[in-house]
Design a protein around this ligand. Structure first.
Ligand code: ATP
Length: 242
């Protein structure tokens, strides 16, 4: 069985007892060239949320995700993950926190010279996992995304939808409690987009907090979850879809 934590609270093994898994406190981001990415954003993501971030191109969706996994730092305000302020962390503490966040990108970012199973194992190798541990995790994770039969294939032998499923497997193989997906359906047709969202839903059912950016509002509406919308860097919460 794919052994992600079975409940959101179980996913939290760092002693953080609050409800929120991630918070943005009055966060603004201005890039060095003067471009505004986000403006005074306040957002609380609770453990167990499935949150969609929508909005037009250039609105600030990717910026928000980058701030959540520490690829960018805010110009103003603070980003908090599991009670830790990102900007205060250094060295091992920062690496440890980053390992608790899985990230999926629109363009998959697979290593072309590695097979599917090797791509998924990369994170575990980097964390120093032994061979037995890698085998114990990679097989079930590939089964979870429906790609066990393609374990020995290379990325260029896969469809776009399959490549995206490999990238999801890679993002969750080390069982992070928080999964960020930046336009994971952006390059996919309707059928593959829907099956990627179904996999994210399955992970959510297993206890993972999921945050997804998606500019396809029809897809978001059909999926019925908590939704926030960003326009020109300004975020507003939309009524919960049911
Ligand atoms: N590295 C960067 N340097 C300068 N400006 C940037 C950088 N990254 C993003 N921006 C700018 O910040 C704003 C928000 O960009 P962001 O990528 O967050 O938007 P987005 O909503 O994810 O767009 P898309 O849906 O097209 O991916 C845009 O005006 C963009 O040009």
């Amino acid at each position: 069985m794919f052994d992600l934590p079975s409940t959101p609270s179980e996913a939290d093994s760092t002693g953080f007892t609050g409800e929120a898994i991630a918070c943005l406190h009055n966060v603004s981001k201005i890039y060095p060239n003067g471009c505004r990415g986000l403006h005074s954003v306040n957002l609380q993501i609770r453990k167990g949320d499935f949150l969609f971030i929508t909005g037009p191109s250039g609105a600030g969706k990717s910026t928000l995700l980058k701030l959540l996994y520490g690829a960018e730092m805010p110009t103003e305000g603070q980003v908090e993950i599991e009670g830790n302020l990102f900007h205060r962390l250094r060295g091992r503490a920062l690496a440890h926190l980053r390992r608790r966040i899985g990230v999926v990108f629109q363009d998959y970012q697979l290593i072309p010279t590695k097979t599917v199973e090797e791509n998924v194992a990369v994170v575990l190798h980097a964390q120093g996992a032994c061979r037995t541990e890698i085998q114990r995790r990679v097989g079930p994770t590939l089964r979870m995304v429906g790609l066990a039969p393609k374990a020995k294939c290379f990325p260029d032998q896969l469809s776009g939808g399959e490549q995206q499923r490999v990238s999801i497997a890679r993002a969750v193989v080390h069982t992070p409690p928080l999964l960020l997906a930046d336009e994971p359906t952006g390059n996919l047709d309707a059928h593959n987009a829907w099956s990627v969202l179904q996999i994210l839903k399955r992970l959510h059912d297993l206890g993972v907090t999921v945050i997804v950016t998606c500019h396809n509002e029809q897809l978001v509406e059909a999926f019925a979850r908590r939704v926030v919308r960003i326009e020109a860097g300004i975020l507003r919460e939309l009524p919960v879809l049911t």
